[in-house]
Design a protein around this ligand. Structure first.
Ligand SMILES: [Zn+2]
Length: 287
């Protein structure tokens, strides 16, 4: 069962409900699925808010990076509405949250991060955002993009998916296909040297329909550490480790892992015509 984040609190996107409530004993269920061990050479995480990438696929990102992958993080907004005070300065909050996100990204090991500075709480999958994302994809040229599953409006385990998460997810999908690979999409980009690029896979997180699970036992601690870097958003840091590990245990149970992260995998292009270094077995690399 997928355990996507649940309903958002009044401000920001906050701590996922699933993290608050996950209490499943992973030992209770036998493994029914093999761990997903493919990994990309280069991957990009596209997130709506600072901390989404950490509540989302941080442990998988860390695992891939440890095995030699290169990762890049794109934050569509800077989380400028992620507080409780209506008189707070949103620009000051954005600056704080960008600093927190940079610290978290360093813990995970990303090669870099881009902030697109779209408005928090008002993210729209329009042509402006699509072009910004196509620029990012064509610049970094990832094999894989990880994004929130845009089809999740209501989570199977309760709660509503934040509108920004849905917008960022569908914007990422639309940027990957067909815009990034079509030289005639935003043709000034190709004319300026940003050549079309094929992203071959999408890994959608916080999905109601996960199809693969990564064993993140070796890196779940990095996910917790990275989340703790988002101090303005973590209201009970002393409880975070237990919550994240409990959530990950539930995600890992179907593959017999103590910690897992689940994704809905969309393969756009098979890898048969790619070189030997384009895709690697993470287990072999880290063994
Ligand atoms: Zn969020």
């Amino acid at each position: 069962m997928a355990r996507p984040p649940g309903a958002a609190p009044a401000a920001g996107c906050g701590l996922p409900r699933a993290v608050e409530s996950a209490m499943t004993d992973p030992a209770a269920g036998a493994a029914s699925q093999a761990p997903h061990t493919w990994r990309p050479g280069r991957f990009m995480v596209i997130a709506a808010h600072p901390d989404d990438a950490e509540f989302g696929p941080a442990a998988t990102a860390a695992r891939w990076i440890d095995a030699g992958s290169v990762g890049w993080l794109v934050c569509c907004t800077s989380g400028d509405a992620g507080g409780e005070d209506p008189d707070a300065d949103p620009l000051a909050l954005a600056a704080l949250r960008e600093a927190e996100q940079r610290a978290a990204a360093a813990i995970v090991g990303y090669a870099g991060i881009s902030f697109l500075h779209q408005p928090d709480g008002a993210l729209v999958n329009d042509l402006v955002l699509r072009e910004l994302l196509v620029r990012e994809i064509r610049t970094f040229r990832p094999d894989v993009v990880l994004a929130t599953d845009p089809e999740a409006l209501f989570y199977d385990d309760g709660g509503i998916n934040h509108a920004d998460h849905r917008a960022a997810g569908v914007a990422a999908v639309d940027a990957v296909y067909p815009a990034a690979r079509n030289p005639m999409s935003f043709p000034w980009l190709a004319r300026d040297g940003l050549a079309a690029h094929k992203v071959r896979r999408l890994y959608l997180f916080w999905s109601n329909h996960p199809t693969v699970r990564v064993d993140v036992g070796p890196t779940i601690g990095r996910k917790v550490d990275a989340l703790l870097a988002h101090a303005s958003q973590i209201h009970q840091p002393d409880r975070l480790d237990d919550r994240i590990r409990s959530w990950a245990a539930e995600e890992g149970a179907p593959i017999g892992a103590t910690a897992g992260e689940a994704f809905r995998l969309i393969v756009i292009d098979e890898d048969a015509d790619e070189g030997p270094d384009s895709a690697t077995d993470v287990e072999a690399e880290t063994a």
